[in-house]
Design a protein around this ligand. Structure first.
Ligand SMILES: [Zn+2]
Length: 302
């Protein structure tokens, strides 16, 4: 009997092991200074404060940043989001959207902090990330050209986050080129974490770029149950870590549920904050290098 049990145990371990190995999380390796680091001129970081909106954190209140990205392409839903949310909600615009400079100008006039939602290569080739996507197969000159084009589409932004990018954010060479540009321009970076082993956060941190990662996606599934659970997770994360970063999209259900949830935050003891305020808060409490957390695996379409 004992032998049978032993073999059953061994068989179970063998059966489970490959699955377990698949879902192991990648621990960021020790960070070596990125190539080219010494050639970067010193600048006084964080210059990004120049385009951050004014914000006064209240002592002891956990901060919650809501970033709505994919803004600008679906004009009706973009407009609805703009009208539904208070100015503390941060808006990330796709650089290839039509009339993008005017759209962003209207959002700035309404008091929102603005980000560039930078298109980056997803894992699956069947998904279209849009024009001028940052792609790992491009040479440095073309990558720089695309970074320039995307960052020149409009002005008045404080930082950027990745649109898609489950492939590109794993590409150490490509991310290194991007982060040198981000640092030179005095911007911050929010890693949307569309894949768990993105190197964007550690590379940005090594360059001294203000950086953090998304904690919660609000609308992977367009159901009330999903978004309700996600909003509860935002509250739990903020209580535990002192701050939370959630990313949502201009979808009908997200706009409706967020518009109802945001006014409840004050009585729950939270403070809604622009992205830059959470970055400043996180830089105070811990190094962004060690702030990387376990987040959901691949989310291709963000
Ligand atoms: Zn996106």
């Amino acid at each position: 009997m004992r032998q049978v049990l032993f073999f059953a145990f061994v068989a179970a371990v063998v059966a489970i092991y490959p699955v377990h190995a698949e879902i192991q999380w990648h621990t960021p390796a020790a960070i070596a200074p990125p190539t080219g680091y010494n050639s970067i001129p010193e600048i006084n970081l964080p210059d990004y404060v120049a385009e951050a909106i004014d914000f006064a954190p209240e002592e002891g209140k956990p901060l919650i940043a809501i970033v709505i990205d994919d803004m600008g392409v679906d004009r009706r839903r973009t407009q609805e989001a703009l009208e539904a949310f208070p100015s503390e909600v941060t808006l990330a615009y796709l650089p290839y959207a039509s009339d993008i400079a005017e759209q962003v100008q209207a959002a700035r006039a309404a008091g929102h902090e603005i980000m560039v939602h930078m298109p980056m290569q997803p894992q699956r080739d069947t998904i279209d990330p849009g024009p001028n996507v940052l792609h790992g197969d491009l040479d440095e000159a073309e990558l720089r050209r695309r970074i320039d084009v995307n960052l020149a589409a409009f002005d008045g932004y404080a930082g950027l986050n990745n649109h898609m990018g489950s492939k590109f954010t794993q590409d150490a060479r490509g991310i290194d080129i991007l982060m040198r540009e981000v640092r030179k321009r005095g911007l911050y970076f929010l890693d949307s974490r569309t894949i768990s082993n993105s190197v964007a956060e550690q590379t940005a941190a090594a360059y001294g770029v203000p950086v953090t990662h998304r904690d919660v996606f609000l609308d992977d599934k367009e159901t009330e149950a999903f978004t309700r659970d996600a909003l509860l997770k935002v509250e739990r994360t903020a209580r535990r870590k002192g701050s939370a970063v959630a990313i949502g999209h201009p979808k009908d259900i997200t706009t409706r549920m967020l518009a109802a949830w945001i006014p409840t935050l004050e009585e729950k003891g939270f403070q809604l904050a622009p992205m830059s305020a959470v970055l400043k808060h996180r830089r105070k409490v811990s190094s962004p290098r060690v702030a990387a957390a376990r987040v959901i695996g691949i989310c291709e379409v963000h």
